[in-house]
Design a protein. Structure first.
Length: 128
C-alpha cells in the first residue's frame, strides 16, 4: 500500500482555447450599450414587415393588436372588473411581444442560432 501524503494535488482542468462559447472575465454579457441598443431595436422591430420574419411572434403580435382594439372598444360598455381583467390580458400579451423582440434584438441571442456542444457531430468517429 503506497500512501504518499506529500504528493501535490492534481491540477484542475482548464477549458480549451477553441471553445468560443466560454466567457472570459473581460467579456461582459450585458453592458449598458448592448442593452440600450437592444431596447431601441425592440421598438423599431414592431413594424409588420419586421414581425413577419418571426412567424410565431407575428401571430402573438396580431393577437395583441386585436386584443387592444377590443379592449378600447369595450371600455365604456363593460364593468370595471371586466375592464381590469382585459387590461391585464392586453398588458401581458404586449409584454410577451416586447420580450420576444428584445430577445431577438440582443446580439447575444438573436440571429445566432448556435447548436449545443452535445448536438454537434463528433469530430472523430467513435470506436466500434
Amino acid at each position: 500500500m503506497d500512501t504518499d501524503l506529500m504528493a501535490p494535488p492534481p491540477a484542475e482542468p482548464t477549458a480549451p482555447e477553441h471553445f468560443p462559447h466560454r466567457h472570459t472575465p473581460s467579456q461582459k454579457a450585458f453592458s449598458g450599450a448592448i442593452l440600450r441598443q437592444a431596447f431601441v431595436a425592440t421598438f423599431t422591430k414592431l413594424t409588420p414587415k419586421q414581425m413577419v420574419r418571426a412567424p410565431i411572434l407575428f401571430v402573438v403580435y396580431v393577437g395583441s393588436l386585436w386584443a387592444t382594439v377590443l379592449f378600447i372598444r369595450d371600455i365604456p360598455h363593460q364593468s370595471a372588473a371586466y375592464n381590469v381583467f382585459s387590461a391585464l390580458v392586453v398588458a401581458f400579451v404586449w409584454f410577451v411581444v416586447l420580450f420576444g423582440n428584445f430577445a431577438e434584438a440582443s446580439p447575444r441571442a438573436g440571429g445566432r442560432r448556435r447548436r449545443s456542444p452535445c448536438a454537434r457531430p463528433a469530430r472523430r468517429p467513435l470506436p466500434t
